[in-house]
Write a protein of this length. Structure first.
Length: 212
C-alpha cells in the first residue's frame, strides 16, 4: 500500500467517525434536549394551572433525562480526548488508569509501556481508549487476579499492544465488536485468543497509523 492510499484510508476513517458522532448527537443528546424542553413547557403549564404535583413529576423526569444527557456527552468527550491523557501524557495516564483499576478491584496490573511514547497523538488516544475498555471488560468477566499490558514498537515501524488477563475467558465474539471498530479506524488488526487459563488480546497498528 502506498502512502497516498494509506492517507486516503485514514481520511475516510475520520469522515466515518465524524458521521458516527453526528448521528449519535442527533439521535441521543439532541433528541433528549428537545424532549426536556417539551417537558419544561408542560411543567410551566401545570404550575400555571395549579397542578403542582403533576409539575413536580414532570420536572423530576426532566431532571433525570438531563443527567442522562450530561453523562452521554461526558462519555463522548472522554472518548474523543481523555482529560487525563491530555494533562499527564500517555505513559503517566496509563499508569494512573492501572493504579485506579487495580486498587479499586484489588488486582495486580503489570505495565510494560516504555515504547508507547513513540506513538503519535491520534494513536495514543485510540489505544488508551482500547486499553481502558479491555481492562473494564476483564473486570466484568472476572474477577481477574492479574492483568498485564505490554506495548512495543515493531521492526517494520508498526506497533503492538497486548493485554492479558486471567479472568474467565470471553466466549462471545460480539463482546469485542466495539473495540474492533476502534482498531479498524486506525487500520489495525486485533487477535483474541486463550492463553493458559486467561485471555490474550493483541492489537497491531501499521507504521503509517502509529505516526498520527
Amino acid at each position: 500500500m502506498s502512502e497516498w492510499d494509506a492517507l486516503d484510508r485514514l481520511i475516510a476513517a475520520e469522515q466515518d467517525e465524524r458521521r458516527r458522532i453526528a448521528l449519535f448527537l442527533h439521535d441521543g443528546p439532541v433528541q433528549n434536549l428537545s424532549g426536556i424542553a417539551l417537558m419544561l413547557d408542560a411543567a410551566i403549564h401545570a404550575i400555571g394551572t395549579g397542578k403542582l404535583e403533576e409539575a413536580q413529576e414532570v420536572l423530576t423526569s426532566a431532571m433525570n433525562r438531563q443527567r442522562t444527557t450530561i453523562r452521554e456527552l461526558r462519555d463522548l468527550s472522554f472518548a474523543l480526548e481523555p482529560v487525563v491523557l491530555r494533562d499527564q501524557g500517555f505513559g503517566a495516564a496509563l499508569r494512573a488508569l492501572g493504579d485506579q483499576i487495580g486498587t479499586s478491584n484489588s488486582i495486580r496490573i503489570d505495565l510494560a509501556i516504555d515504547d508507547a511514547e513513540q506513538l503519535g497523538e491520534t494513536a495514543q488516544v485510540a489505544l488508551y481508549t482500547v486499553i481502558r475498555e479491555l481492562l473494564e471488560q476483564a473486570i466484568r468477566r472476572g474477577p481477574p487476579t492479574r492483568i498485564a499490558v505490554s506495548m512495543r514498537a515493531l521492526a517494520d515501524g508498526g506497533f503492538e499492544t497486548v493485554v492479558f488477563d486471567d479472568a474467565e475467558p470471553e466466549r462471545r465474539r460480539r463482546s469485542f465488536e466495539t473495540i474492533e471498530e476502534r482498531v479498524k479506524q486506525l487500520h489495525g488488526t486485533i487477535a483474541v485468543g486463550a492463553e493458559g487459563s486467561g485471555t490474550r488480546i493483541s492489537v497491531t497498528l501499521p507504521p503509517y497509523a502509529t505516526r498520527r
